[in-house]
Ligand binder design. Structure first.
Ligand code: ADP
Ligand code: MG
Length: 966
């Protein structure tokens, strides 16, 4: 069998002997001590009688001199250390009243620290070994008396119940106050309070403290450092991983009531029942100890409160030390023996010490609660932050929304404004376009007007030329009439017998002469009016007048011849004459003829004086031309500046009718002049020796009269007369009539145009061809007639005429006619196909400036009409002029000295350049260089600008010019 000392959990039992006190010394003076201690053997000899003794072995044996410190260190300290390590522990004192239990356990040692008992020293050790930060020490101080537990720290609490955990068997006193111990002084204070309360209670109950049990319960709660790996339950801990561990251990220091029997301790006056209760707990303890010592299966722990409280201390899991106190006196031999036996039995009890370690759910809970609080606060904080952010964001969103709405509103407003502006601009553009178009129309109108003015000027010039022709015709007519007079003279000679009737005829002629005189006077007045217009005639007209003068001289010569013939006739008449009266009449007639001669002479003089006047008037005309040129310059300048143009246009309009009137005057003047001279010159001169003006004004009337008398139809019929002279005269009259717009319609209606064309077709006579061409040229001025002329092969005939003659005048007429036809865009194709263009270009061979001028005018007309048609969109493709090499012609002739011809050529080139399909021809023929030259050097600003515009607007030209620069 294993010795009892080998079991680590065995209840340790020490015995302490109180030194003899005064009472012992007094009563036991005669007796030896009943015990003999053998501390070195840890034995105690108990004297049975004087001769025998019994020896008992204890875990420790303290003599009366054993110090408090040593007692503590041997008995209590191992228990205290064990409690600090997490085991329950019990230190209990058992012994007879007055043997020093309280001295051993509860001595406070206030005056002498060496006298401090186990309670104070245990607490001193505990406080020194725990960490007040992580560990706690709490105490309850109780008293058990008559099976009632009273709280010594809160004496009002009595009859405190004992709770037992059914699972662990852990005993607790929930009704007892537990006070947390701060330090040793605090503890001593609490013990003192407890002692005070115990004394007061006992006094009140009229009891003795020795009859109650004092129980100090020290609860130690220690956190287990996580690094510390204890072998015990480590596996279990591992499974619970990181949960905090706590060791809850309990130290019981029990100062038992005195173990002596009641009767001996003299507790009189108590009821039996009461006496039974007083010792119940102690008796039960003894029984339990006995049972435990004997390994009895039943331990009557539940019999008393004390055994219930000490359940863990004996036969439980606590480390237990028992100190039994004995006195030396033999008087108490029995009690001493009993005490020793109690100790001996107790020594046999083996406890199974257990570590009181558990998971610290409380601190975990607190920790978790703290964490939860922390997280809740954090979540709350975050939530508040989110809310605040959300509020901010919402505010920002609202702001954004507002600003977006604002912006959108602004944009809408802006867009509306822009739309309005756009509409306004579009309207402005439309207006501007309309205005531009209007301006363009006005410009082309002005251009046309200028061209017409130019044409009119040219026509005026031509008419002047025509006038010369009529002057010639006048001479011829005069000659014819002279011959008729000669014939009349012959008739007079033959019809001498009818002299009386001749006389009557003469009278009639006289009357006629008078009438004519009146007419002449009237015409003279008109003539003076037209003299102003005559001032506009050209130098050429002057030359023709010289020619006229010469012709008049010739006429005079012829007249003289006629007079001679007349004289001869008179002589012959004299031969026949028997009647003097008739002779006298004849001589009178002769006188009249002589007078007529003088009249001619005076006419010549008149004409010479007129010549001087003409010179002055030519200068005037030049001034007017300059003025006209200046106006044209202004007009071109005004193309750029619209308002200026409009203003100037008003001026021009003011000036234009004046010019037209002037032009009309000139035109009619020429016509009248021709007529007067051609038809009635002779008759007029017969009756009145007036001025040349009279004769000229008479021409118009003469032709009108012939027309009136003979009838237009008859004159037209005369065109087909077999008599060449008649034909010639007739064509001249028709040509003259054709110069006047009012006659043109009737001439065409009566078949005049056909007759004229027939003449071109069949006549070989140069005069007829020339005059007929002139007449057609006149008719070709009228747009309606142009179509008729073309449809009746006029162009072909004119071409044929041109090819058949070298006469510059004829060529000029033909060229003029063709040039007029060029001004009708509808006829262009036919004109080209009928060889009109070729004929015009061919006519230059004559080298005559007037012919060239007409051709240039024609080409300019053609090109202008073409470009206009192109702009209007009813014409496309390369110019019709190109195939007939007109471009080459224009380039060849652009260096002409005639300013007007050059201008026409420049205009023609500029207009041709407008057609992009002509670009190739321009480049290959060198016309481009010419166009560049025109753009820089043309004397006319408008033409320069037109050429520049063409150069700029045509990309082909641009490319070519760049290439030329490289
Ligand atoms: P109990 O509590 O067992 O009734 P006490 O402790 O009251 O006994 O002791 C009785 C008396 O004996 C006290 O006056 C005490 O001072 C004294 N006494 C007890 N033990 C000793 C000791 N070991 N040394 C000196 N005096 C002691
Ligand atoms: Mg005591």
């Amino acid at each position: 069998m294993k010795p009892a000392t080998d079991y680590p959990g065995r209840v340790r039992v020490a015995v302490r002997l109180r030194p003899r006190n005064a009472e012992d010394l007094l009563s036991d003076a005669d007796f030896a001590d009943c015990v003999e201690l053998q501390p070195e053997l840890k034995r105690l000899k108990l004297r049975k009688n004087n001769w025998s003794s019994e020896s008992y072995k204890f875990d420790e044996v303290f003599t009366g001199t054993a110090s408090q410190k040593r007692v503590y260190e041997v008995v209590a300290k191992p228990v205290v250390e064990s409690v600090l390590s997490g085991y329950n522990g019990t230190v209990m004192a058992y012994g007879q009243t007055g043997t020093g239990k309280t001295f051993t356990l509860g001595r406070l040692g206030k005056d002498d620290a060496s006298e401090r008992g186990i309670m104070v020293r245990a607490l001193e050790d505990i406080v020194a070994n725990i960490s007040l930060a992580s560990d706690t020490v709490e105490i309850s101080y109780l008293q058990l008396y008559m099976e009632s537990i009273q709280d010594l720290l809160a004496p009002e609490k009595t009859n405190i119940t004992i709770n037992e955990d059914p699972k662990t068997g852990e005993v607790s006193l929930p009704g007892a106050v537990t006070v947390k111990v701060q330090d040793l002084d605090h503890f001593i204070e609490l013990l003192q309070i407890g002692e005070g309360n115990r004394h007061a209670a006992n006094t009140k109950l009229n009891t003795e403290s020795s009859r109650s049990h004092a129980i100090l319960m020290v609860y130690i709660r220690r956190s287990v450092p996580e690094k510390v790996e204890d072998d015990i339950n480590s596996q279990d801990r591992k499974t619970k991983s990181n949960l905090p561990l706590v060791r809850k251990s309990k130290l019981l220091i029990v100062d038992l009531a005195g173990s002596e029997r009641l009767d001996k301790s003299g507790s009189e006056g108590l009821l039996l029942e009461e006496a039974k209760f007083i010792n119940l707990s102690l008796t039960s303890l003894g029984k339990c100890i006995n049972a435990l010592a004997e390994n009895s299966p039943h331990i009557p722990t539940r019999d008393s409160k004390l055994t219930r409280l000490l359940r863990d201390s004996f036969g439980g899991s606590a480390r237990t030390s028992l100190i039994i106190t004995i006195g030396p006196s033999s008087r108490h031999h029995a009690e001493t023996t009993s005490t020793i036996m109690f100790g001996q039995r107790a020594m046999k009890i083996v406890n199974v010490v257990k570590l009181k370690e558990e998971f610290d759910y409380e601190s975990l809970y607190r920790k978790l609660e703290t964490q939860v609080d922390h997280f809740t606060a954090e979540i709350d904080r975050q939530q508040k932050l989110r809310e605040s952010e959300k509020y901010d964001l919402e505010k920002q969103l609202r702001d954004c929304h507002d600003s977006f709405n604002e912006t959108r509103k602004n944009l809408v407003t802006r867009s509306e404004f822009l739309e309005q502006k756009n509409t306004r601009l579009e309207l402005d553009i439309e207006e501007a376009l309309a205005e531009l178009n209007c301006q363009k129309d006005q410009n082309s109108l002005l251009e046309d007007k200028i061209a017409d003015l130019e044409m009119s000027l040219k026509q005026n010039k031509q008419n002047q030329l025509e006038n010369c022709t009529y002057q010639k015709a006048l001479a011829d007519t005069t000659q014819m009439y002279e011959r008729k007079i000669a014939e009349l003279m012959k008739q007079l000679e033959v019809e001498r017998a009818k002299s009386e009737s001749a006389e009557e005829q003469l009278d009639a002629m006289k009357k006629l002469s008078d009438e004519h005189k009146k007419l002449i006077q009237h015409h003279e007045m008109e003539n003076s009016k037209y003299q102003r217009a005559l001032a506009d005639t050209t130098q050429m007209y002057e030359m023709k007048i010289t020619e006229l003068t010469k012709q008049l001289e010739d006429e005079h010569t012829r007249f003289e011849g006629a007079q001679e013939q007349l004289d001869l006739a008179n002589m012959l008449l004299a031969d026949y004459q028997n009647s003097t009266q008739e002779q006298e009449e004849t001589s009178e007639l002769r006188l009249k003829l002589e007078e007529m001669y003088r009249l001619h002479e005076s006419t010549v003089n008149e004409l010479q004086s007129l010549k001087a006047e003409f010179k002055d008037q030519i200068q005037e005309k030049e001034a007017i031309s300059e003025k006209l040129y200046a106006v044209q310059e202004k007009l071109s300048a005004e193309e750029k500046r619209r308002k200026a143009i409009e203003h100037e246009l008003v001026n021009l309009k003011k000036g234009a009718p004046e010019g037209d009137k002037h032009f009309e005057d000139k035109k009619s003047y020429v016509k009248e002049n021709i007529r007067g001279t051609s038809v009635l010159g002779t008759s007029a001169s017969l009756n009145k020796s007036g001025t040349l003006r009279v004769t000229q004004s008479a021409q118009r009337a003469t032709i009108a009269k012939i027309c009136e008398e003979v009838g237009l139809q008859k004159i037209i019929q005369l065109l087909t007369s077999e008599d060449l002279d008649v034909q010639i005269h007739a064509v001249k009259v028709i040509a003259n009539l054709a110069a006047e717009d009012v006659n043109q319609e009737s001439i065409v209606e009566e078949g005049g145009l056909d007759a004229l064309l027939t003449m071109l077709r069949s006549s070989q006579n140069a005069t007829i061809l020339r005059v007929a061409s002139g007449a057609i040229a006149n008719l070709a001025m009228n747009e309606m007639n142009q179509g008729l002329i073309m449809s009746r092969g006029g162009a072909k005939l004119l071409a044929k005429t041109a090819s058949g003659t070298d006469d510059p005048q004829t060529l000029r007429m033909v060229a003029g006619a063709l040039a007029n036809l060029c001004g009708n865009e509808k006829l262009h194709t036919m004109l080209k196909e009928d060889g009109g263009i070729k004929a015009m270009l061919g006519m230059v061979r004559s080298g005559n400036n007037d012919v060239v001028a007409q051709v240039a005018r024609g080409l300019a007309n053609f090109a202008k009409c073409e470009s206009r048609a192109m702009v209007q969109g009813h014409r496309k493709g390369r110019s019709l002029l190109m195939e007939d090499c007109a471009l080459e012609w224009l380039i060849d002739n652009c260096n002409t000295t005639s300013a007007s011809t050059r201008r026409h050529i420049e205009l023609a080139l500029s207009h041709l350049a407008q057609n992009e399909d002509n670009a190739g021809d321009f480049i290959s023929s060198g016309a481009l260089q010419e166009l560049q030259r025109i753009s820089n050097e043309s004397s006319r600003e408008d033409i320069r600008n037109l050429a520049k515009k063409m150069l700029k607007s045509n990309p082909v030209f641009q490319g070519e010019m760049r290439l030329g620069q490289q």
